[in-house]
Design a protein around this ligand. Structure first.
Ligand SMILES: [Zn+2]
Length: 103
């Protein structure tokens, strides 16, 4: 599982969702990059739905629907297979290794 983000070959910025031009430098040399994990920064509970901002080493900052019980600082796995919300989904790692450093 992973999320495909754009990597700007000019400035190194990482973007999701895809853009026509890099928001930082205006460059058009954008290449796909696969990101498998991120660190939860903040959580928002909307009834039964949990939305998380997930930092990915350190860019991009993704907004994802979260499945599982985690806290800020926990590592989650990511997939761009959207659920019914249409947003990327962050999963608690099956191995259950919270607060692990990204490798
Ligand atoms: Zn750029």
């Amino acid at each position: 599982m992973s999320v495909i983000v754009q990597n700007c070959r000019t400035c190194g910025g990482q973007w999701f969702p895809a853009r026509l031009l890099c928001p930082r430098c205006g460059g058009a040399d954008l290449a796909p990059r696969s990101i498998e994990r991120g660190v939860v920064e903040q959580l928002t509970h909307l009834g039964d739905v949990v939305i998380a901002s997930v930092a990915c080493d350190p860019e991009p900052l993704l907004v994802a629907r979260l499945h599982g019980t985690v806290e800020a600082g926990d590592v989650v796995e990511l997939t761009d297979r959207p659920d019914t919300s249409g947003r990327p989904v962050a999963f608690v790692p099956p191995s259950g290794r919270p607060r692990e450093e990204l490798s």
